[in-house]
Design a binder for this molecule. Structure first.
Ligand SMILES: [Zn+2]
Length: 294
């Protein structure tokens, strides 16, 4: 069990959507116990719980909700919230995409810390696997979660790019490790793909200020924050997508060449496993569930 936590006051964040290029305003609100994390799209008056069943488009970024009422690029904020141990939060956004900020989770962490994280008078169970859950995707993509006392991530990537190549990292994810070794890692994009993505209506807000620009043989926009910043960003994305379990998780996640689709499939598999064993915490309910003594 772990303390539930929310913000002590609302906070406003402004930025630009990476794919839409639109200016976006986000209001992060405190939420009551057992409310979980949810998104509220102000322009369509739609509430979307941040759980794996709500996942929509998963190419390039994670979106939640039905087409036309969805919110895209939710994973960096969710990663920051999970990294700080926030369990209850309402994310009000005035359009279809979260702002990209600097491409990492650090500006979200700073905003959440500025608002203040407060513990609440209720606990939430940590889900732990009793057996290994394993999923594979096309092209040698693989992800699994094995029993482990703490939350541990081993991530490996292998890109056909001399700038990235093979990178692998193992981290025991504590708040301190998250803040120092994961949150600052920025998303990345290949210069060679940029025009093609723009023609598909993507990456309209991309700039040298919000992603690592990967050229043929070098990073085009300054120094990396870590020599292995690319694989660290994959860990950041994974932790954001894993927040779609809707409750904290402890286990050893081993991911190889995975991405949003496989991350979200794992979150979904965990929710199904938790539901089978009566351990799933339903989102958006309060006293009746808590009174049952879980
Ligand atoms: Zn990302």
């Amino acid at each position: 069990m772990r303390s539930q936590a929310t913000l002590s006051q609302p906070i406003r964040v402004h930025g630009t959507g990476l794919h839409s290029g639109r200016s976006v305003e986000v209001l992060l609100h405190p939420a009551g116990i057992y409310q979980g994390i949810s998104f509220f799209r102000r322009d369509t008056a739609t509430t979307i719980p941040a759980v794996a069943e709500e996942a929509g488009k998963l190419d390039y970024a994670t979106s939640l909700g039905a087409p036309g009422r969805d919110v895209g690029t939710v994973e960096h904020l969710l990663s920051a919230a999970a990294g700080l141990g926030l369990t209850n939060l309402v994310v009000e956004v005035d359009g279809p995409e979260m702002p990209i900020l600097d491409g990492s989770a650090l500006p979200w962490v700073r905003a959440l810390q500025r608002a203040g994280v407060v513990h609440q008078a209720a606990r939430i169970p940590v889900w732990r696997p009793t057996r290994t859950l394993s999923l594979t995707g096309p092209g040698g993509k693989h992800i699994e979660i094995r029993p482990s006392q703490d939350l541990r991530v081993t991530y490996s990537i292998d890109f056909p790019s001399q700038v990235i190549g093979r990178q692998s990292i193992t981290l025991v994810v504590t708040p301190d490790v998250y803040l120092r070794h994961v949150a600052p890692a920025r998303t990345f994009g290949f210069l060679a793909d940029y025009e093609q993505m723009k023609s598909k209506g993507l990456a309209r807000g991309a700039s040298a200020d919000n992603c690592i620009v990967v050229g043929d043989d070098r990073v085009e926009n300054g120094d990396l924050r870590f020599p292995d910043e690319f694989v660290r960003h994959k860990v950041l994305d994974l932790l954001g997508d894993l927040a779609l379990v809707g409750q904290p998780v402890a286990g050893h996640i081993v991911a190889s060449r995975a991405g949003h689709a496989l991350h979200v499939q794992l979150a979904q598999a965990i929710r199904e496993e938790a539901a089978r064993s009566g351990m799933l915490v339903p989102a958006g309910i309060d006293s009746s569930w808590a009174a049952a003594g879980r």
